[in-house]
Ligand binder design. Structure first.
Ligand code: 2BA
Length: 111
């Protein structure tokens, strides 16, 4: 058995946990903070049979891996001659990202 620890963006946590549960993975969710940037993150702990480790990682990659997303931002236009015109500019931003550790589990018991 292995313990997967995945540090992910908190925005992705609920959807990822749902998807992992759908795939019959047990998950424990911890609220964490990055030591360097002090930004809130979520760390998931999954106890997984060896042969299912790759499946779990694939779900994590799909739901919380780094990806590009289009966001629409208002342009920084001061003193426009058309104040009622709402313009937005599409921008590609990188979201998500996961750091994964896979640890050997010496013993697993429920009592
Ligand atoms: P990432 O490498 O994507 O790491 C994101 C978060 O994952 C980290 O948040 C930390 O909570 C966790 N993490 C990553 N590698 C780890 C490890 N080997 N052991 C334990 N936890 C680990 P932060 O510590 O706030 O780091 C945020 C970002 O700042 C990192 O993104 C990396 O790009 C950069 N960074 C972190 N430590 C750094 C350092 N000592 N020097 C330069 N850049 C650093």
């Amino acid at each position: 058995m292995k313990m997967i620890m995945a540090i992910i963006s908190s925005e992705d946590a609920d959807d990822l946990v749902y998807e992992l549960n759908q795939h019959q993975f047990f998950v424990t969710k911890l609220s964490t903070v990055g030591g360097f940037l002090k930004k809130k993150s979520t760390t998931l702990m999954l106890g997984v049979d060896d042969e299912r480790v790759d499946d779990a990682i694939e779900v994590i990659r799909k739901m919380s891996g780094q990806r590009e997303q289009v966001v629409y931002t208002p342009p920084a236009m001061q003193g426009s001659s058309y104040p009622n015109v709402q313009m937005t500019i599409p921008m590609n931003v990188r979201v998500g990202g996961a750091t994964i550790f896979v640890l050997n589990v010496e013993k697993f018991e429920k009592m």
